[in-house]
Design a protein. Structure first.
Length: 123
């Protein structure tokens, strides 16, 4: 958080003189913060996989859900960078693309849930 606040203040000061440097600073610090978080993200992923394995949940579904979460975070990061660069329209398109990819990836899970519900209904 401290790194982000320092970068924010620096970007505000630099933006008046060299807007491109301010933008590059924001992108660099955003990527650096993300890199700091990779170890924590890996821990969470391994814990979720272990829980799913203990609960006998299909690993394909768990991996798909993790991919969906990854797409959501990466999409948000990309959209925010575009918006920081003053390209809100492109940021919105990035968000739309992320939502479509999430929907496409979720179809097999939705199919499995629907099939399970149908199998529970007496015929």
């Amino acid at each position: 958080m401290g790194l982000g606040l320092i970068a924010t203040f620096l970007a505000l000061v630099v933006k008046e003189q060299k807007p491109i440097f301010a933008f590059l600073l924001v992108v660099f610090v955003g990527a650096l913060i993300f890199l700091f978080l990779i170890e924590q993200i890996a821990r969470v992923i391994s814990m979720l996989e272990q829980i799913a394995q203990n609960a006998n949940i299909n690993q394909v579904h768990v991996q798909t859900i993790l991919k969906i979460i990854g797409i959501a975070y990466i999409t948000e990061f990309g959209a925010q960078i575009a918006k920081d660069a003053g390209q809100a329209a492109i940021g919105s398109k990035i968000e739309l693309a992320g939502k479509v990819l999430i929907l496409v990836m979720a179809i097999p899970i939705l199919t499995a849930v629907i099939e399970m519900v149908i199998s529970l209904i007496p015929q």
